[in-house]
Design a protein around this ligand. Structure first.
Ligand code: GMT
Length: 387
């Protein structure tokens, strides 16, 4: 970094539809728009990255297989690419999203770059702590990289506490919540009233996820089947993953398959969230629930699980309803309340939007990251940023 210029940051995340990749990409784009030079280092072009963005460069990590390798060693190829990019572009910071394997790669890159200093930041997103990171085969590595990263952030207070308890770490973990582009995720009342996914007068329930076990997709279908007994509605399922097939089968068993549509991965999340009358998210746990925030930003009430970080994002009874994710009756009753009471739905929608705009807009959150970068550059690299 030349003195006075904003830092050059390498950002690594999964290039898939998951929330961590979305947060990493949008953070990079918005930092780039503020003059930061952003280098995305990943196996594929991140989702939601526009065709061209000044100050943004993409570096693809290529892995090669070799007969004795049981698998192509992506983490090592990533560490090598991080080192090359950091040297060539004189990066100041490597910011990785999702601890495993990304923080292990940035740790290695930092060692390879010595004696040139580089600051490492790890943002914990959820399943890297609540599921995969605590598996015995990863536990010691996850703990090590959490301790070794120059700065550690978590997307909710729940995740910060969980990380401390599970990994018994003492270090500072800064809570920086996820954010939403409140100019993209906007209410669209006309679209909600009339859209190609429903017949006139019908209501729309939307679920969006990666269809993994942790999302309790079967509960979504069960709740829908209950609600359909009394209300004319359709269920729109967005995303893909291993539980999609079982959910489709359950829909047939419960006799509601003709009223459900599985769209798979979709780019137009803002429109889908704005079309919905209710967003349903009964996850087993959810460190934050970015998709719930995106719905709130579109004035769509959320009926969700009361686990993990969801109660930090959704205010029970105000911007949505929270329940035990296995209490199908309670979840169904709350969906019904919203569908049959337009005044309640409107009030919840407005409060949700206000919360998104006041607490979780990009402008509200991005300074937490830029301040963290500044402190780090002072501490680790003895450089001061102008950003
Ligand atoms: O939802 C997932 O399982 C994917 C995962 C990811 O890495 O993208 O999501 C996690 O990170 C998101 C972004 O911070 C959070 O909004 C999700 O709540 C979190 N998922 C879980 O904790 C299950």
């Amino acid at each position: 970094m030349t003195s006075g210029a904003p830092p050059r940051v390498g950002i690594t995340s999964f290039a898939t539809q998951g929330g961590s990749g979305i947060v990493a990409t949008e953070l990079g784009i918005h930092l780039a728009q503020r003059g930061y030079e952003i280098h995305f280092i990943s196996n594929a072009m991140p989702v939601r990255l526009p065709a061209f963005e000044p100050n943004v460069i993409f570096h693809e990590v290529e892995t090669s297989s070799y007969p004795p390798f049981p698998h192509a060693p992506y983490s090592l190829a990533l560490a090598t690419k991080m080192t090359e990019v950091a040297r060539f572009h004189e990066l100041d910071i490597l910011h990785v999203h999702y601890a495993i394997p990304h923080a292990a790669s940035s740790y290695l890159a930092k060692q390879m770059l010595r004696p040139t200093p580089i600051a490492t930041v790890t943002t914990l997103h959820g399943t890297d702590i609540t599921l995969v990171g605590r598996e015995p085969s990863f536990f010691p590595l996850t703990r090590f990289v959490i301790e070794e990263s120059d700065a550690e952030t978590a997307v909710s207070s729940f995740l910060e506490r969980e990380t401390r308890e599970v990994f018994d770490v003492q270090r500072d973990i800064k809570v920086i919540p996820n954010f939403v582009d409140t100019h993209v995720f906007v209410p669209q009342p006309k679209l909600r009233e009339k859209n190609p996914l429903k017949e006139p007068g019908q209501k729309l329930i939307v679920h969006a996820s990666n269809f993994r076990k942790v999302k309790n997709v079967d509960r979504v279908v069960q709740v829908f089947a209950q609600v359909r007994q009394t209300h004319d509605c359709r269920l729109v399922m967005v995303g893909d993953g291993p539980e999609r097939g079982p959910a489709q089968r359950l829909g047939r068993e419960l006799g509601v398959a003709d009223h459900m549509v599985f769209l798979g991965h979709q780019e137009s999340m803002a429109e889908l969230m704005a079309m919905a009358d209710v967003m349903l998210l009964p996850s087993e746990t959810e460190s934050f629930g970015l998709v719930a925030l995106e719905a709130m930003s579109c004035e769509t009430p959320v009926v969700a699980s009361d686990r993990g970080g969801l109660p930090e994002v959704i205010e029970d009874g105000k911007t949505g309803f929270l329940h035990d994710p296995h209490d199908v009756d309670a979840l169904s009753a709350s969906v019904r309340r919203i569908l049959e009471d337009p005044a309640l739905a409107r009030q919840m929608g407005l409060l949700g939007r206000a919360r998104a705009v006041e607490t979780y807009c990009i402008r509200c959150v991005i300074h937490d990251y830029t301040r963290l970068y500044d402190d780090l550059l002072d501490r680790v690299c003895h450089k001061r940023s102008a950003g």
